[in-house]
Design a protein around this ligand. Structure first.
Ligand code: HEC
Ligand code: HEC
Length: 410
């Protein structure tokens, strides 16, 4: 893909960043201890994708010393390109960024229902332009001023049992609000973890890490191309944000002082929102799919986080008629006794997306367990099936009252 045409808007973004919103240091929230305790033991193998900036900062200290992060003399010359060639040129992070320690004004945040991407951990940050605020909305996606950049880094812990051993950063993705659209960029971290360079074509990599059971893994991982972004971020239209909305952001996070605070209320207290949000107890929110809330809520939250970016009105899978977004209350529309639109290989000889009470007769499960590209769901995202997620879907379908779909399934 050729480089995007030079954009004056982008220059403004970068100039703006130099004096973007300054927050008092002690108010930059530490990411993201979720309130709910780790889920029941059947899900305990799941990597809990909740990181604390503080943890990451502490954890990557070894790397940081090696590469001189935090030292003022880091080697990050301006490439002079409209789109910086190296991530450090953007100035989001201290030093070379290997510790993912944001500078003042770059605000970490987290989401409730995470998209599974081959067990990668994720770090997210918002950088608003000077004086800019996020436009709160109870139901729809929030709106952002031109010049906003959202940052998302994918990383694997060296040893998931001991995060203090640090992380291997794989890629950092950006969505840059250039006024009329969000423009995607990817920066790929080098093996030495000293720099991340702009990367357009997409590729597969392998990362060695040790999972929570102590198993050493050579993790195949797919870095998407910048063309892939729009498949999830906006269907066939322009890229749009996915996770920055009330139902994904409304959770309790570490307040940095040993306490917990609601993330949305915290944004408001920092002056990042344009209006006072309604009280926390009247907001609609997802639940942690692997927490201890009601099974149906957990299942619907999982589908919202992992499938609904395509399976919704206007999404890439709109024409399948299978809408897996949280607010869809029409059972047939979310798969119950729904006959698939295009059967092909993807049906596995089964008749319905969901047969209540019978996970093994449900196409939804069949497709989540498969790895062949034509069949696998979700498309894109991870290479391997999400075992814990599939388990949750099985439990949800098994728990539905078995009433049969006419002709099959009891
Ligand atoms: C497989 C689907 C998928 C693909 C492909 C994808 N994303 Fe995302 N992305 C998501 C989902 C779902 C979220 C929201 C949840 C979260 O933050 O993890 C998200 C969130 C983000 C965010 C945080 C802001 C937001 O939208 O909430 C950024 C930045 C981002 N993606 C950048 C990119 C870029 C750049 C690409 C292309 C290189 C890309 N993504 C490709 C699914 C995808
Ligand atoms: C990147 C986009 C994308 C994501 C993410 C995605 N899907 Fe799909 N899905 C599609 C498309 C496109 C189709 C229609 C073509 C086909 O059947 O392969 C489809 C079809 C399906 C079908 C057949 C539906 C029908 O009635 O015809 C099922 C079942 C399904 N997906 C389940 C899921 C589940 C469960 C998830 C999340 C775990 C998911 N998908 C995530 C793109 C996606």
């Amino acid at each position: 893909m050729p480089d995007p045409a030079p954009s004056p808007a982008l220059k403004c973004v970068r100039a703006g960043l130099e004096n973007n919103l300054k927050l008092p240091e002690n108010q930059v929230l530490k990411m993201a201890a979720q309130t709910s305790p780790p889920g029941p033991s059947s899900f305990s193998l799941r990597v809990r994708v909740v990181l604390s900036c503080a943890v990451v900062a502490a954890a990557i200290v070894g790397t940081a010393l090696a590469c001189g992060a935090g030292s003022p003399a880091i080697d990050c010359p301006d490439s002079g390109k409209d789109v910086p060639e190296r991530l450090c040129e953007w100035g989001f992070f201290e030093g070379d960024g290997a510790r993912q320690q944001p500078v003042d004004g770059v605000v970490p945040y987290t989401v409730i229902s995470n998209l599974f991407t081959d067990d990668a951990h994720k770090l997210r940050f918002v950088a608003l332009p000077e004086g800019g605020t996020m436009t709160y909305d109870a139901n729809e996606k929030w709106q952002f001023p031109a010049g906003t950049v959202i940052i998302k880094t994918f990383a694997y812990p060296h040893d998931a049992r001991d995060l203090s051993q640090g992380y291997h950063l794989v890629e950092t993705r950006l969505l840059v609000h250039e006024g009329d659209t969000w423009v995607p960029h990817i920066y790929r971290w080098n093996d030495e973890q000293t720099a991340a360079e702009r990367f357009v074509p997409g590729t597969r990599v392998e990362v060695a890490w040790t999972d929570e059971t102590g198993t050493k893994r050579n993790q195949p991982y797919r870095i998407p191309s910048t063309d892939d972004c729009k498949i999830c971020h906006g269907g066939k239209e322009k890229p749009d944000l996915l996770g920055l909305r009330t139902r994904q952001l409304d959770l309790m996070v570490d307040d940095g002082n040993g306490g917990l605070k609601n993330q949305i209320d915290h944004f408001y207290d920092l002056g990042l929102l344009d209006q006072k949000p309604e009280p926390a107890d009247s907001r609609t929110r997802l639940v942690d799919p692997f927490g201890d809330d009601d099974l149906v809520l957990r299942a619907r939250s999982y589908l919202d986080g992992n499938c609904a970016h395509c399976h919704r009105e206007g999404g890439d899978a709109q024409s399948s008629g299978l809408w897996l977004n949280f607010e869809n209350q029409d059972a047939e529309h979310y798969g119950v006794c729904k006959i698939p639109v295009a059967v092909g290989n993807g049906g596995g000889g089964l008749d319905y997306d969901i047969v209540p009470g019978y996970p093994e007769e449900s196409i939804l499960i069949f497709r989540m367990e498969h790895t062949e590209p034509d069949i696998k769901m979700p498309e894109l995202g991870g290479l391997a099936p999400d075992e814990a997620g599939t388990e949750l879907m099985r439990a949800w379908i098994a728990g539905m009252e078995p009433k049969g779909c006419g002709g099959t399934g009891g």
